[in-house]
Design a protein around this ligand. Structure first.
Ligand SMILES: [Zn+2]
Length: 530
């Protein structure tokens, strides 16, 4: 029984490896949030009671949470902070709640915060397109602290509960599983949702509206729900039901789904979609939109990448958006065939090159800490997706998917940086991927190639010259089809010369495997099919 005991020892080691889920250097690591919120039809004020369980990583005499204070009629006013029923001193400054409470290192305290106010942002209270009142959380990137006291940073993850009291005509959806719903008199209803997985504040959510609800299926034991406005019921139930195909496809490719349900919700999000864990919000007119399958494939992919395995810093946003972009292309490749992937990669390449003309920044961009919205760009999305595509081609399908599964298994419930992802992929492939990651993710730009083909001196051969025109030469292989014969040409220097037969026809990167731009010239009569 030797092997068995070794195996179980290994399993214990794996289980006790805790992935990082707190802000580096911070004194506090939130363990659990319970938010009790009262919403009304009379006005936009919310009343909140938050119970926040905090583990102290260092001894402190005071600590702070993120919460926007009242200003010009909006924001949150804290009326009391308590621990074990005893008042604790506190103050509010701009976007911080400072709590004067001493705590020892490694101790866990639960703090109760009572507050109220009209959210300036984060919880959108407005009429939908049919004129009905709705409440939709919309936290990305760090707007949660407009309505929820929290550590509003993707690095700190915690489990959470929402206990929502609202007029009884509303349906409530939130992260996690509905564990209770009861009428409490006065035409009010309390709905309790609980999520046991670790979530970042960017994907905490509630949605409160008059909804029509459907359950199009329960693939792999995960109930899929549709929440749409009753006026859009017929079209909405049909168009959102494609989620029941996407979910099991991803489970088979990435590994188990991290949550206990998947709700797809028509909402008032400012984005096209927002990947709130287990309760994805889509823009109001997404119902019946022709891009709905693509949008759902993107947001559902985030449940693994971005939500369950998150980025520990917004400068690594490509670990969310590049993944969701590429996994969407991969899903569509599998459903509609390899030409669909090629077509989409070509389109994404154009988007990257257009963006690159305006912005000389690398994908991992540490310069936008104060302007996180600016990270929603072609570098994070399409170039991030292209990096995964090139990595897949470089290390092969088997190693690539082995690595993706290992990365998800390791960081599910925690957070990773770009180097963490690289190490997992190096382990899966056995390759040193530092140069690859450095040039594609930490260096601005892409190969800008001038390809010239001329007739050789003997009149019967050819010389093909590839010149890298961008500032930093890249190392890559480029596929060329020269006079009908395909070859993979390694390029590492500024200028690469190859001997060919007499110039006839040339095709560059026919399988769409290289992110770059190509200008091709040749002698009269040569053909360059695009
Ligand atoms: Zn996304």
């Amino acid at each position: 029984m030797k092997h068995r005991s070794l195996t179980s020892l290994f399993a214990i080691l794996l289980l006790t490896t805790v992935v990082k889920a707190q802000v580096p250097g911070s004194a506090i690591d939130v363990q659990h949030y319970t938010y009790q919120l009262q919403l009304s039809d009379a006005n936009d004020e919310i009343k909140g009671d938050a119970a926040i369980s905090i583990k102290f990583l260092k001894a402190v005499s005071s600590f702070k949470l993120d919460l926007v204070k009242q200003n010009a009629g909006k924001g949150m006013l804290v009326s009391s902070v308590k621990e074990d029923g005893k008042e604790v001193k506190f103050s509010q400054e701009n976007e911080s709640l400072i709590i004067d409470g001493a705590a020892k290192a490694a101790s866990i305290h639960t703090i109760n915060i009572s507050y109220s106010g009209i959210p300036a942002d984060g919880l959108i209270i407005s009429a939908n397109k049919f004129g009905h009142r709705t409440f939709f959380g919309d936290n990305w990137p760090n707007r949660a602290h407009n309505w929820l006291p929290c550590v509003d940073d993707p690095a700190d993850k915690a489990s959470l509960e929402f206990i929502i009291t609202a007029p009884a005509h509303y349906q409530v959806v939130a992260n996690g599983i509905k564990i209770d719903e009861k009428a409490i008199g006065n035409d009010l209803k309390t709905t309790h949702f609980k999520e046991t997985a670790q979530l970042a504040s960017k994907i905490f959510v509630i949605g409160v509206a008059d909804f029509a609800i459907d359950n199009p299926g329960t693939p792999d034991g995960i109930p899929v729900y549709t929440y749409v406005f009753p006026e859009n019921k017929e079209v909405g139930f049909k168009s959102y039901s494609v989620a029941k195909e996407i979910l099991p496809f991803y489970i088979s490719k990435f590994g188990p789904y991290a949550y206990k349900k998947l709700a797809n919700v028509q909402s008032k999000t400012r984005y096209g979609g927002l990947e709130n864990a287990s309760a994805i919000f889509y823009f109001e007119n997404s119902v019946g939109d022709k891009g709905i399958e693509e949008l759902m494939a993107h947001e559902i992919a985030h449940q693994w990448f971005g939500d369950a395995a998150g980025e520990d810093n917004f400068c690594d946003l490509w670990l969310s958006e590049g993944f969701a972009t590429y996994m969407t292309n991969y899903y569509l490749e599998n459903k509609y065939g390899p030409d669909t992937l090629k077509k989409r990669m070509r389109k994404d390449r154009v988007t990257v090159l257009n963006f690159e003309r305006r912005s000389k920044t690398p994908v991992v961009d540490t310069t936008k800490k104060n302007n996180l919205m600016a990270l929603l760009n072609a570098n994070s999305y399409q170039k991030g997706g292209w990096v995964l595509h090139m990595l897949r081609n470089k290390i092969g399908d088997n190693n690539f998917w082995k690595g993706i599964r290992a990365y998800y298994a390791k960081y599910n419930g925690g957070n990773a940086g770009t180097d963490d992802f690289r190490r997992v992929m190096e382990q899966a492939s056995g390759d040193d991927l530092k140069p690859f990651f450095k040039q594609w993710l930490f260096t601005p730009g892409t190969p800008n190639l001038d390809i010239q083909w001329v007739v050789g001196e003997d009149g019967n051969s050819g010389n093909l010259t590839i010149t890298q025109q961008q500032a930093t030469p890249f190392v890559f292989n480029i596929d060329l089809v020269i006079n009908g014969q395909q070859r993979s040409v390694p390029v590492s220097e500024k200028v690469t010369k190859i001997k060919t037969g007499k110039p006839g026809s040339l095709s560059v990167d026919p399988d769409v495997k290289l992110l770059g731009s190509f200008a091709v010239t040749g002698p009269p009569g040569f053909t360059y099919p695009r």
